[in-house]
Design a protein around this ligand. Structure first.
Ligand SMILES: Cc1cc2nc3c(=O)[nH]c(=O)nc-3n(C[C@H](O)[C@H](O)[C@H](O)COP(=O)(O)OP(=O)(O)OC[C@H]3O[C@@H](n4cnc5c(N)ncnc54)[C@H](O)[C@@H]3O)c2cc1C
Length: 397
C-alpha cells in the first residue's frame, strides 16, 4: 500500500524546520525530507553569520526556542557576531526541543495527480500527500557569470563548493564579488595562507550602522529585529505579507535597495590591508593557461592566478528545482522564475507552497534570510490546518 501523509516539507534548513514546527503544533501529519541544516554544515567551519542575534532565530509556535532561550539553556550569552558552530548547535537544539523527525532522503520527483501530490524519493520510496511545502533552499540557484561557465572546477567554482580552504595555502587566488560571502571567503582564504585579490563590478561597501550602534534600545525605531534593509525601509521589509500587497515595481525597488552587496563591519579589518581590493572592475575573459587562469579585466590589465572563487551570489528560479516535474512546473504561474503566491505562500497550484528565497518576488528580501521564516511558517501552517480538514487522505495508523 502506498505511504500517505497530509503534508510533506521538502527541505530541513531554517525554513523547512520552522514550517514543520508550526505544522506539528497544528497536529498536521507531516513528513520532512532533506538533510538538517545541510547548506550551513558545508560552509567553512570558522565562518560567522551576517545576521544579528535578533534576526537569526528559527520559528516555533508561541515564540518558543529562540536563540535567547538556547543561550539561557546552555548558560551562554548573546554572540556578536554569531559563530557558525554556535548557530548550528542552536539549530540541533531547536530540532530536539520541537521533536521534529527528519528523513535525510532527497525528493527526486514531485508530481500532481488530481487533488494529491506524488513524491518519489531518491531511494525509490514513494509517498502521497495533500499538501507540499517546498523549502529547498538556494544551492541550485548559484549564479555563475558567463565568462566562467566553461571553466573546469579545478580552476574556478562558486564559493558554495568550498568548505575547507586549507588546500589554497600558498596559492594565488581571486574572489569575484563584493557581498558578504565573497568578502568573508577572501578573509578566510587570506587567513588560510593564500594570496588573495577581490575583483568586484561595483564598489566595496561596508555596512555602516552608526545609528544602530549608538542609540541603544532606540535602534528598533529605525531597524526592526529582522534587520533586513536600510533604516526605515527595513520596517516595510519586516512584514512580508503586507509587503506582498505593494505594487510589483515598488516591491522590486525596495528589494534592490535592501540587499545591496556589502560586508559586515566586523569583517572589514580582516579584509582591508590584508587582501588586494579591485573595485569597479569586471573579469572580461578567463583563459586556462598552464596550471592556472589568465584573466583579462575591464580596466585593461590582466592577472595570472591559480584559482578563481565565484562569490557571485544566487539567482532564484523555479526551473532550477529539478525535482519538480515539468508537468507540475507548467501549472505554476510564475514571474521571472519566481512562483506567484497568495498571502498564505500558496502558489497557483492549490496546496503547493514555496518558502525561502524562491518566495522573494512576492514577499520581498526578508525571504533570503532566516528572519523571514517566522512569517512563512505562520502563514503556511494556518492555511494547511484550514484546508487539510477538507481533503482527507487516509493516513495509515
Ligand atoms: C555564505 C552564506 C552566508 C549566509 N549567512 C546568512 C546569515 O547570516 N543570515 C541569514 O539569515 N541568511 C544567511 N544566508 C542566506 C541563507 O542561505 C538563508 O538564510 C537560509 O539558508 C535559508 O534557509 P532555507 O531553509 O531556505 O534553505 P537551506 O538552509 O539551504 O536549506 C535547504 C534544505 O533543503 C534540502 N533540500 C534541497 N533539495 C532537496 C530535495 N530535492 N529533497 C529534499 N530536501 C532537499 C537541503 O538538504 C536542506 O535541508 C547566507 C548564505 C550564504 C551563501
Amino acid at each position: 500500500m502506498k505511504d500517505k501523509t497530509t503534508a510533506v516539507v521538502i527541505g530541513a534548513g531554517p525554513y523547512g524546520l520552522s514550517v514543520a514546527a508550526h505544522l506539528k503544533a497544528h497536529n498536521i501529519p507531516t513528513r520532512i525530507f532533506g538533510k538538517p541544516m545541510d547548506f550551513w554544515e558545508h560552509m567553512p567551519a570558522n565562518m560567522y553569520l551576517k545576521s544579528k542575534w535578533s534576526a537569526a532565530s528559527l520559528s516555533a509556535p508561541d515564540g518558543k526556542y529562540k536563540l535567547d532561550h538556547y543561550a539561557a539553556a546552555i548558560h551562554s550569552h548573546e554572540q556578536k557576531p554569531i559563530p557558525l558552530a554556535f548557530f548550528l548547535d542552536y539549530c540541533r537544539w531547536f530540532q530536539e526541543q520541537t521533536g521534529l523527525e527528519t528523513d535525510p532522503t532527497y525528493v527526486q520527483s514531485l508530481v500532481r495527480d488530481g487533488e494529491h501530490f506524488h513524491i518519489e524519493l531518491a531511494d525509490g520510496r514513494t509517498l502521497e500527500a495533500s499538501h507540499v511545502v517546498v523549502a529547498a533552499g538556494i544551492v541550485p540557484f548559484a549564479n555563475i557569470p558567463p565568462f566562467a561557465l566553461d571553466l573546469p572546477e579545478t580552476l574556478a567554482s562558486h564559493t558554495q563548493e568550498h568548505t575547507d580552504l586549507t588546500p589554497f595555502k600558498g596559492r594565488n587566488v581571486a574572489v569575484v564579488g563584493s557581498g558578504q560571502s565573497a568578502l568573508e571567503y577572501a578573509a578566510l582564504l587570506h587567513e588560510a595562507g593564500a594570496t588573495v585579490e577581490v575583483i568586484a563590478r561595483g564598489s566595496i561597501i561596508w555596512i555602516n550602522r552608526k545609528l544602530y550602534e549608538r542609540v541603544g534600545p532606540l535602534k528598533h525605531i529605525f531597524y526592526p529585529p529582522s534587520d533586513v534593509g536600510p533604516a526605515g525601509l527595513s520596517w516595510v521589509v519586516a512584514f512580508p505579507t503586507l509587503f506582498s500587497h505593494l505594487p510589483d515595481q515598488t516591491r522590486y525597488t525596495i528589494d534592490k535597495r535592501s540587499v545591496r552587496p556589502s560586508g559586515s563591519q566586523w569583517l572589514r579589518p580582516r579584509v582591508v590591508g590584508k587582501v588586494r581590493l579591485t573595485p569597479n572592475t569586471e573579469i572580461m575573459e578567463a583563459i586556462p593557461q598552464g596550471d592556472g587562469l589568465h584573466c583579462k579585466l575591464s580596466d585593461g590589465t590582466a592577472r595570472d592566478i591559480d584559482y578563481l572563487f565565484l562569490g557571485t551570489g544566487y539567482k532564484a528560479s523555479i526551473e532550477r528545482f529539478n525535482f519538480i516535474d515539468p508537468s507540475l512546473r507548467d501549472q505554476i504561474r510564475q514571474q521571472d522564475g519566481y512562483p506567484l503566491q497568495n498571502t498564505s505562500f500558496e502558489s497557483s497550484v492549490p496546496h503547493l507552497y514555496f518558502a525561502g528565497a524562491i518566495a522573494g518576488f512576492t514577499f520581498g528580501p526578508i525571504c533570503r534570510f532566516i528572519a523571514g521564516s517566522d512569517a512563512a511558517a505562520h502563514q503556511i501552517s494556518r492555511h494547511v490546518a484550514r484546508t487539510a480538514s477538507s481533503i482527507r487522505i487516509a493516513v495509515p495508523a
